[in-house]
Design a protein. Structure first.
Length: 167
């Protein structure tokens, strides 16, 4: 089974009925406590099935194929999310909602059930201290030859390294 990512603030969504392949970014408005993939706990709020209504940055995916205007063109999309399906049922967040995953889909009153999907989950890889500590020095030196992990460790634990850290 493949890995499924939790959706966070800034994830991009798309609608299957958009005339142009436009995306919009998700804003997490229902909670301020639960973060993922954010070492400082400031930016990547976890999205839940409680993100209902106008919870996107622009609240539009361009023109909507489900709304012809009668002259061969289409009316603009006005995205209002009614509900989410396929969320992660085993993880209840502080707002009482269930975490969204990249398999989650949203319902729009015009497009119907599941017409809005997750294009990108919004998480990014950030290396932290533990990643460096666990890194294989030989592999690291091959992929990043300008940084010598052994020298960094020596400097960190030497008297010279401690004095530099104080300054």
């Amino acid at each position: 089974m493949s890995e499924k990512h939790i959706v966070v603030q800034g994830a991009t969504l798309k609608c299957q009925f958009s005339v142009e392949p436009k995306t919009d970014k998700l804003k997490v408005l229902t909670q301020t406590k639960d973060y993922a993939n954010d070492k400082d706990g400031e930016k990547k709020l976890i999205a839940t099935d409680k993100e209902i209504g106008q919870t996107l940055e622009k609240n539009t995916f361009g023109k909507c194929k489900m709304q012809p205007n009668g002259s061969g063109d289409f009316l603009p999309c006005m995205c209002v999310i009614q509900e989410w399906i396929k969320y992660y049922k085993n993880l209840k967040m502080s707002n009482g909602g269930k975490a969204l995953t990249e398999e989650s889909k949203a319902t729009c009153p015009i497009g119907g059930t599941g017409c809005i999907s997750i294009d990108k989950h919004g998480q990014k890889t950030e290396a932290g201290k533990q990643n460096i500590k666990n890194a294989n020095p030989e592999v690291h030196n091959q992929t990043n030859p300008l940084v010598n992990l052994k020298e960094l460790e020596k400097k960190r634990f030497s008297k010279e390294g401690l004095e530099q850290a104080k300054n």
